[in-house]
Design a protein around this ligand. Structure first.
Ligand SMILES: [Zn+2]
Ligand SMILES: [Zn+2]
Length: 245
């Protein structure tokens, strides 16, 4: 009996390396068949944005909305190239921790749960039948080699698998910019200028684009992508970020 028990523990430990059987946040043990990697309690703590949304940053307006517009106070004077932003969750607490694990600790199995949050949001809030293509925010080739994956691409793939909007990789990153972290809002817009272009021979003209990003903060990156996509003839550009304000 003892041997079997030990074997079970070893098997569980081995499996845990591939498919975590403990909640990735609070470490509480999960069921063998639980593929969400998150316990119900932690899942419940994720702060989801709810309508009405600010069209420029995606935040939940709640009762702050004035009768005439869907723009939050902080966005009143902002101008962007994209038509609107959707942010699925607030970038704080559990979702912040999950994105950190996903991006910087190579916990790529988290794509599934993060992608599902996006898909559930799309189904409820977006008129996604009108979207022609998903365009992931591209990484510079050097950054891609370093990280070995593009988090936005993984999220777009997950969305594609669930609701079949094709992925378009026409947008590429040509400039290696320094990190946007720690820069002022103005500096972020300056830093990212000229970082993207449409691949030679690729067509984005007349397409309705949903740009996929992991985190949206100032909107500078999304705006620069939208500028280039519009220059390439895109009919409409909306942004979908896993987390933001
Ligand atoms: Zn938990
Ligand atoms: Zn706003």
């Amino acid at each position: 009996m003892k041997v079997i028990k030990n074997l079970k523990i070893i098997l569980k430990k081995a499996l845990n390396l591939i498919y975590p059987l403990n909640c990735v946040i609070c470490k509480k043990s999960l069921n063998f068949d639980d593929s969400s990697y998150l316990c119900p309690n932690c899942h419940h703590k994720i702060i989801k944005n709810k309508p009405p949304f600010c069209i420029k940053c995606g935040c939940s307006l709640g009762k702050k909305r004035t009768a005439s517009d869907y723009i939050c106070l902080g966005c009143q004077n902002k101008q962007f190239y994209f038509e609107r932003v959707w942010t699925v969750n607030r970038y704080m607490g559990i979702i912040r921790q999950l994105i950190h694990l996903f991006k910087y600790h190579r916990q790529q199995y988290l794509t599934r749960i993060l992608g599902k949050l996006m898909v559930d949001f799309i189904k409820v809030n977006l008129n996604y039948q009108t979207v022609d293509v998903l365009v992931p925010v591209p990484l510079h080739i050097h950054k891609l080699r370093q990280r070995e994956f593009n988090q936005s691409n993984l999220l777009a793939k997950e969305i594609n698998q669930q609701i079949s909007i094709p992925i378009d990789n026409s947008l590429i990153r040509i400039k290696r910019t320094s990190s946007q972290t720690g820069l002022s809002e103005q500096e972020r817009f300056r830093n990212i200028a000229g970082a993207f272009k449409i691949k030679k021979g690729k067509e984005i003209a007349q397409k309705s684009v949903l740009l996929v990003d992991d985190v949206l903060t100032s909107g500078a990156t999304a705006n620069e992508c939208a500028r280039v996509l519009k220059q390439g003839g895109a009919k409409r550009v909306e942004i979908l970020a896993l987390a933001g304000k």
